[in-house]
Design a protein. Structure first.
Length: 296
């Protein structure tokens, strides 16, 4: 039996993941601020996904109910907390300089009941911030939690432009990061120039995923460039594969250059062919690992 629940999608942090909470019976609309319980305590967030029925299996975690829709009093408290959180960022940046710590302070959020202050930072190294936390706690008299984020999450707070000249996806709308490797660029027949396929975060461009499924489907059963095939009994090398014209250009052992449609390789035309992998690049996996876009 597939169990379902009536839920709302809540954004707890700017461009953070959508967390689903069950309906509490109030009249709640997209854009409303609601009070919920998060891993940090009594938290608040904005409704991004309206009321809907979803499968428990699809959600994949234990659901909690929305505590309540924020009242005028709650909104005033939240605004004051946000002002204090901004002040915490400034003070923490000064303390980071004082302690000479290799970290970048990005964002802070204070819980609704002021029980905890969560400060997000990025760093290339592990940081011993125990002395820093003590100094922050002296200033704000509450529990302090420092949470380190990855380089791509850092871009959400830094903002910026992509190589395309538009606002970077991760800064303005992308909530979920998929693992991107050189295989995605190669499948899309892109020139492997790291300067052109790397984003401001230093990882492979997230947009390499956008058209990947199209190329997987379009190039199904099509030999790779550089591979060899048997065409009408002649050993032939694949010179180019043009996904937009749906044609493969081969060079036969007899010196002929022939252009074949994709349909030939999919058995839609008569003819025999055999693809071999002898000329394919064997070090793909090593270079994919080195330039992987996945977080460690």
């Amino acid at each position: 039996m597939n169990l379902t629940a009536t839920v709302y999608g809540v954004e707890l942090a700017p461009l953070g993941p959508i967390i689903y909470y069950t309906d509490n019976g109030e009249n709640i609309e997209i854009g409303d601020i609601v009070i919920v319980m998060s891993e940090f305590g009594m938290d608040y967030g904005k409704i991004r996904v309206g009321r809907r029925e979803m499968s428990i299996d699809e959600i994949g975690y234990d659901l909690k109910p929305i505590i309540k829709k924020a009242t005028e009093t709650d909104l005033k408290e939240i605004k004051k907390n946000e002002e204090d959180a901004e002040r915490a960022v400034k003070i923490t940046k000064e303390l980071v300089k004082k302690h000479e710590l290799p970290m970048k302070i990005l964002y802070a959020k204070m819980m609704v009941d002021r029980s905890r202050l969560v400060i997000y930072f990025s760093s290339k190294n592990r940081v011993d911030f125990r002395a820093l936390v003590k100094d922050i706690a002296k200033e704000f008299k509450m529990r302090i939690e420092l949470r380190q984020v990855g380089v791509r999450d850092e871009m959400k707070h830094v903002k910026g432009l992509g190589l395309c000249g538009l606002k970077s996806c991760c800064s303005y709308w992308l909530r979920k990061f998929d693992s991107v490797t050189l295989k995605h660029a190669k499948r899309q027949q892109m020139m492997i120039n790291t300067a052109k396929i790397t984003g401001p975060c230093g990882r492979l461009l997230c947009c390499l995923m956008y058209e990947h499924d199209f190329y997987i489907k379009a190039l199904k059963n099509i030999p790779d460039e550089g591979s060899t095939i048997l065409y009408e009994g002649k050993q032939s090398k694949v010179i180019t594969v043009n996904v937009f014209l749906s044609r493969v250009t081969i060079y036969t052992s007899e010196g002929e250059t022939i252009s074949l449609p994709f349909s030939y390789f999919r058995g839609e035309q008569n003819g025999n062919r055999k693809v071999t992998d002898s000329n394919r690049d064997n070090d793909t996996d090593n270079r994919d690992t080195f330039l992987s876009n996945g977080e460690s």
